[in-house]
Ligand binder design. Structure first.
Ligand SMILES: [Zn+2]
Length: 476
């Protein structure tokens, strides 16, 4: 189209600390409205915030995992604005001195690995939540979310397509989940994303005028909103118009974004250093301890899966997309010892079932060792691969073991050579014309004979043996 998209993403992720960032209130999601609120998070006069050390530790874990430079001293700042869900009239955030800067993460794209630079990661507090009911013509406010710790992860405008944006977000969420510091749940609002987007002619260095997109509440929304915005800007530019710098809200129901009223836009936040909190100093010793205790992260795990199990890069990438899936693979692998086989079954049959039910692997009704038992039956020749696929479906639905299903349904594969030879003999005797044609060179008829044998054995004959014995019989 002659233009390319230039996208930068700002992600807000709630940290899974037990208590809020500046007070002792619980952070548990889904509690009765306004039951987790105290004078501190409500911003009543005379209160003093106290920084939650765990929140800092979690933010540092993320910063280290994304190769950031950690600032030995950072500062909290007040971001002043009025909004009903912000009872203090300001949000405590970090502005000029963030906790960490200049990191990066790598994503897999169609053109290989791409590095997306992060400009900063900082800590801040969440605001409350306004709930609007059109039916009752009423707006309510829940302050439970006020003061829940957030990290904001800001990327450089290194993302050039909606697909890359989705991949970047999934990678970021995967790192947060590997670290067990955030649920990364977009639907529950513990992982939120705003985007900056502009277009520029391909090959040109500078940037076009950008718009800011907000209110995208799922990965699908992000992709749709960005696609819509690319189309909108493209129409403007191609008809000779100019893109206006503005903030736009995505409306999922209408599949469109709308410009916010200019009044709500680009407010002057009058940032100033938070007078109630000391500068945040991170000692090297503490940082070293955190670094030492970081778990194995997605990229490292992916490399290890390639080296240790000899898996293709693609398989390793899929299997390490979540910590739970990687664990599932390794548990199953430990019992079967055949990495590629386990990988194929997980990526194919198992993920297909899970996807259909919209389930995560941790909720899979087939345990890793149950899958391993099934795979062992294939390796031992007890059942065919084709039968195993049906058995797995039933294991998934009924929660029964492979052995029980195979026994109850009489699915054991026929691997007795004499028995198979005798069936083949019957088939060949019953189709003299086809045998004649085969022997005169029409060798593709082998498929016909195999089909006949499978029909007679209800698909239970060992395909390898059928092939071998059939060829021998036909060449006699
Ligand atoms: Zn509180």
């Amino acid at each position: 189209m002659g233009y390319e998209a230039v996208i930068g993403l700002e992600v807000h992720a709630q940290l899974k600390t037990a208590s809020k960032i500046f007070c002792g209130c619980s952070t548990t999601y889904g509690a009765e409205p306004n039951t987790h609120a105290c004078p501190i998070c409500l911003g009543l006069p005379g209160i003093l915030p106290v920084l939650n050390k765990k929140a800092v530790e979690y933010a540092l874990m993320m910063a280290l995992a994304t190769h950031c430079h950690i600032c030995s001293e950072s500062r909290f700042a007040r971001k002043n604005y009025f909004y009903p869900d912000l009872p203090k009239g300001y949000q405590i955030s970090q502005y000029e001195s963030p906790l960490a800067e200049h990191g990066w993460i790598e994503i897999q794209t169609d053109h290989g690995t791409k590095r997306i630079a992060l400009s900063r990661i900082h800590l801040e507090e969440d605001a409350g939540k306004s709930i609007h009911s059109d039916a009752e013509d009423l707006s309510s406010i829940d302050f439970n979310r006020c003061g829940v710790p957030l990290i904001e992860v800001v990327s450089e405008p290194d993302i050039s397509s909606t697909g890359e944006a989705a991949t970047y977000l999934k990678k970021l969420r995967s790192i947060l989940r590997y670290l067990s510091i955030s649920d990364g749940n977009m639907e529950e609002g513990s992982f939120r994303c705003d985007a900056n987007l502009s277009l520029r002619r391909k090959g040109i260095e500078g940037f076009g005028t950008r718009t800011e997109l907000k209110n995208m509440n799922s990965f699908r929304h992000v992709q749709k909103a960005l696609e819509y915005e690319i189309g909108r800007q493209l129409d403007i530019l191609e008809s000779g118009g100019e893109v206006i710098q503005e903030t736009r809200l995505w409306n999922e129901n209408e599949g469109k974004s709308f410009a916010m009223r200019s009044k709500e836009e680009s407010p002057d936040y009058r940032y100033f250093p938070e007078p109630d909190l000391l500068p945040l100093v991170v000692h090297q010793e503490w940082l070293d301890v955190i670094r030492e205790n970081l778990p194995e992260l997605p990229d490292e795990k992916m490399k290890r899966f390639i080296d240790q199990y000899g898996l293709p890069r693609y398989d390793s990438h899929v299997l390490t997309s979540s910590r739970e899936l990687a664990d599932y693979f390794e548990l199953c692998m430990r019992e079967t010892g055949d990495a590629k086989m386990v990988s194929n079954w997980i990526m194919g049959e198992l993920l297909r079932e899970l996807k259909r039910d919209d389930r995560e692997v941790q909720d899979c009704p087939v345990s890793p060792s149950a899958l391993a038992d099934l795979l062992k039956m294939i390796k031992e020749g007890t059942i065919s691969r084709k039968t195993a696929k049906d058995v797995l479906k039933e294991m998934y639905r009924e929660g029964k073991s492979a052995k029980t299903i195979v026994k109850d349904k009489g699915l054991i594969q026929i691997s007795n050579e004499a028995q198979i030879a005798s069936i083949i003999e019957q088939v060949l005797r019953g189709s003299p014309d086809q045998v004649d044609k085969y022997r005169k060179g029409k060798t593709q008829l082998v498929g016909f004979f195999i089909g006949q044998v499978m029909k007679k054995t209800h698909g239970k004959a060992n395909p390898r043996l059928v092939n071998e014995i059939l060829k021998r019989a036909l060449e006699e």
